[in-house]
Ligand binder design. Structure first.
Ligand code: SF4
Length: 308
């Protein structure tokens, strides 16, 4: 027998299926979303994988279960489709740590530097940047800037320092933003977790601090972590990123075990999207994410350069 909570889930799932067909919609779900939201995904992945998948998808409506900057990317790359974010206020605290005015001031201070912008940023910030990057390709993107010796890297300072450690011939000028979720974990927690789960491999996201990354067997974005675990002969993993990824890791690798080293690995904004909110988004066609055309075109240039 199902619990009342499970019955309610089933009701929402039925409603979502019906509305999805009516609206000709696809549901894109980020790897950090709640497990029950992950389970209704047409496509899962990181922010960029999802937006690129939306380009390929034969649909009129994209429901993006994630945060604002992700829905903005989907809208930038898919101008002919309606992009809905089920929770209007689901933002990214790291992305909010920089403003266009402050970036312009930094550019004026270092006029010879290229501006590399992590995709975890607003469309307006992307529009002011030379090129975007993801956690997966940040090193490659910075290496590709043959004409520049200095790089302003925004907005995540930890990712900037990780790239600097791998690309020593460039001078990185980091913006001191950070992801509040990924900086909460301490070195002691990782060491304690390694002690508890002897023989486990530690996979870490480069939004963590450098002393944490120094302890990792694999450093990468969520896509790289999934690839690493799939291909590793190891059967136990300590997961150094937002807890949501563990649901997908377990589903894809039922014979392996996963441990979170810290209770702090939760992004509150990523957990705002529920089945009820997804059903509401499809029913009311809210909240529509549209990027003003002058910003969209300039932000797309930065994204296209990265994709090239
Ligand atoms: Fe932003 Fe961090 Fe949440 Fe990702 S986990 S959406 S970087 S606040």
């Amino acid at each position: 027998m199902h619990s009342p909570g499970e019955d309610l889930h089933e009701d929402y799932i039925e409603k979502i299926k019906r509305l999805k067909a009516q609206r000709n919609a696809v549901i894109l779900v980020h790897n950090y979303q709640l497990p029950e939201v992950q389970d209704i995904a047409d496509i899962m992945g990181d922010s960029l994988d999802l937006s690129r998948a939306a380009i390929e998808a034969d649909c009129s409506v994209v429901v993006f279960c994630g945060v604002q900057f992700m829905a903005e990317i989907a809208s930038i790359l898919n101008p002919g489709k309606i992009v809905l974010l089920p929770v209007e206020e689901a933002g990214c605290r790291a992305a909010d740590m920089i403003t266009v005015e402050r970036l312009k001031a930094m550019k004026a201070q270092f006029p010879d530097a290229a501006v590399v912008c992590y995709v975890n940023s607003s469309a307006a910030i992307k529009a002011e940047s030379d090129i975007c990057c993801t956690s997966r390709n940040a090193i490659e993107v910075v290496r590709s800037l043959k004409d520049y010796e200095r790089v302003i890297f925004i907005p995540d300072g930890n990712l900037a320092r990780w790239v600097q450690s791998r690309v020593p011939d460039k001078e990185m000028i980091p913006w001191e933003g950070f992801c509040p979720t990924h900086v909460m974990v301490s070195k002691e927690e990782i060491l304690c977790s390694k002690q508890q789960h002897q023989g486990a491999e530690f996979i870490a996201h480069p939004e963590c601090e450098l002393d944490i990354l120094a302890l990792a067997d694999c450093v990468g974005g969520t896509g790289e972590m999934l690839d690493y675990v799939r291909n590793s002969p190891c059967r136990k993993f300590i997961v150094g990123t937002e807890m949501g990824l563990t649901h997908r890791l377990k589903k894809e690798n039922p014979d392996k075990s996963f441990y979170s080293p810290s209770k702090s690995f939760v992004c509150p904004d990523m957990k705002l999207t529920t089945l009820e909110k997804v059903a509401h988004a499809l029913e009311t066609m809210t909240y529509r994410i549209e990027v003003p055309e002058n910003i969209r075109q300039r932000a797309k240039v930065s994204l296209d350069r990265m994709l090239r």
